[in-house]
Ligand binder design. Structure first.
Ligand code: SF4
Ligand code: FES
Length: 543
């Protein structure tokens, strides 16, 4: 395999990457602004210039110094090259570029959301001068509301054009452009054409400074207070890799986690901003049980005993008298355990996948990113997990039909929700009739009010597990924050009910142990990555 030396370290590479990408792939830092691995190369910021010595084929392949500095982002790596990003000449260039970029910059880090994860701040510290020689008035640029989610603080822009290239090459919508020339040059949107595409939030991620800011996160937190946890898109069938950024039990934002095989560097706005239901006022927090026709608060033990009593009584009426409807919002492990619970009490219990929300059709953007029409993360996973228990797994429509059939044997049902928005339709409430009903859900709705036992569960951010995406890729994610009040994950609820009903030994819910029990493909699931230092370039590295 060919190799080159970067700042004294020999590194190998495959194919024809640029020098900068080879450095990033090996965790070596060469400062850069305009380069982004998901965008075309323009080599305009000039901070990545390096000294290169390369074998000269016209001189018996002797390694010779190239007389001028070369952009690492635009110079292909070659076998035997020697690259210096910290030679006196390269460092002098870095200092000159930094001084130039800071001439008109307001240097308002104390009030800038990007502070703490800003390339300009980091490079200024590492490669800049301590003091400014600029005496004249700085050019002031206006702050602008350029779209539904994004604000432009043009003063802070360094004209790297990443945002312009993103809207041209990835979203294909071209809302952002470069206007003006010289020191009045600025980024803007065209009059009457705001930044309003489904991927708009990504421009905030790729802006290396604090020029493009997220309205949803504006002044919410200093970034150094945020912890981050590796997770998976909980709202669509994409399986996009994400980071959940959180502090003291609250989510503050969701960012894409680079994954070349799923979402590259991007996520859609619905995934980025869809987490707010986690902190909804309508979250269910305490178990409730029906007593004399009225729901009252209950402890977990009492509620669990009532579930066992109700399910056992129904199961006595014969095979097929129990049903479980597993929501496609649940994890594979939870689906399996809930199925095991009802099958343990009734060997012919009906297994159902809950309603699968679908909006329009799948759409693929010019950059290859796909927005999925299926608005749930784990339909495939629930189907696969329930199938491991044997027998038929029916869909929601078939379940409604069976419930509505006058000869239906179903006497009791366990129904899980965990949808981020209002559900279910009135049909389910009506079709369930007077059957014994256990509802496991996160947000209050009509079905909850009807439940004989209502068990509050948690959102994906409050638990760990696996989702299987539309491409049948099974991926694990970690718990980011603690469960709200006394709510419990569906996995824990099912584990405790299995013990309550004497179907397994009392044990703590452990997704990995459940995967081992499920066997097959579940034995090969890789754990999600642990969070790296959230610093500059490492965010490009696929994890
Ligand atoms: S707004 Fe940000 S991403 Fe766009 S050109 Fe300016 S610095 Fe680059
Ligand atoms: S990163 Fe190479 S010129 Fe900008």
């Amino acid at each position: 395999m060919p190799s080159l030396t970067i700042d004294g370290q020999e590194v190998s590479f495959d194919g024809q990457p640029m020098i900068l990408q080879v450095a990033l792939d090996h965790g070596l830092e060469i400062p850069h602004y305009c380069y982004h691995p998901g965008l075309s190369v323009v080599a305009s910021c000039r901070i990545c210039l390096v000294e290169i010595a390369a074998p000269n084929p016209r001189n018996e392949n002797k390694v010779e110094l190239i007389p001028k500095l070369m952009p690492a982002c635009q110079t292909p790596a070659a076998d035997g090259m020697v690259v210096q990003s910290s030679s006196p000449k390269a460092v002098a260039n870095q200092k000159a570029v930094m001084e130039y970029l800071l001439i008109n910059h307001p240097i308002d880090c104390p009030v800038c959301d990007q502070a703490g994860e800003c390339h300009l701040q980091d490079y200024s510290y590492k490669h800049g001068r301590g003091a400014s020689r600029f005496q004249e008035d700085k050019v002031k640029q206006p702050k602008k509301d350029i779209g539904e989610h994004v604000l432009l603080y043009a003063d802070r822009c360094i004209m790297c054009t990443r945002c312009v290239r993103f809207t041209r090459e990835v979203s294909g919508t071209s809302e952002i452009g470069v206007f003006g020339r010289g020191h009045t040059e600025q980024i803007d949107v065209f009059p009457g054409r705001p930044l309003e595409n489904e991927l708009s939030g990504n421009v905030v991620d790729i802006c290396p400074v604090g020029a493009l800011l997220d309205k949803d996160f504006l002044f919410e937190q200093r970034v150094w207070f945020l912890g981050q946890t590796a997770s998976i898109d909980p709202l669509t069938a994409s399986g996009d890799s994400i980071w959940i950024h959180h502090n003291e039990g609250r989510i503050y934002r969701v960012k894409p986690r680079p994954n070349p095989e799923v979402n590259q560097w991007w996520i859609s706005d619905e995934i980025r901003y869809g987490w707010h239901f986690v902190h909804s006022e309508d979250r269910l927090t305490t178990p409730r049980r029906m007593q004399f026709g009225e729901q009252i608060e209950a402890g977990w033990d009492r509620a669990g005993a009532q579930v066992e009593e109700g399910l056992r009584e129904a199961a006595e009426s014969g095979p097929g008298s129990l049903a479980v409807m597993v929501s496609p919002m649940l994890t594979c492990e939870e689906a399996y355990l809930l199925g095991r619970l009802v099958r343990g009490l009734d060997a012919e219990a009906v297994l159902v996948i809950g309603p699968v929300p679908v909006e329009g059709e799948d759409r693929t953007f010019p950059g290859g990113y796909r927005v999925h029409a299926e608005k749930c993360p784990n339909r495939h996973g629930v189907q696969r997990a329930l199938s491991t228990l044997g027998g038929e797994v029916i869909d929601y429509a078939a379940f409604l039909e069976r419930l509505s059939d006058k000869k239906s044997a179903i006497k009791a049902a366990v129904v899980s929700g965990n949808y981020p928005a209002a559900w279910p339709d009135g049909d389910l409430v009506k079709a369930l009739g007077k059957r014994f009903l256990v509802v496991i859900d996160t947000l209050a709705n009509d079905l909850c009010a009807k439940a004989d036992v209502l068990l509050p569960s948690v959102t994906w951010a409050e638990k760990s597990g696996t989702f299987e995406n539309a491409a049948n890729r099974i991926q694990a994610f970690e718990q980011a924050i603690d469960p709200i009040e006394s709510a419990r994950s569906e996995g824990r609820i099912a584990t405790e009910l299995l013990a309550q009903c004497g179907l397994s030994e009392p044990t703590a819910f452990d997704p990995q142990a459940v995967r081992r029990e499920m066997g097959g493909v579940y034995l090969e699931i890789e754990p999600p990555p642990t969070a790296p230092q959230r610093e500059g370039d490492m965010q490009y590295v696929a994890l």
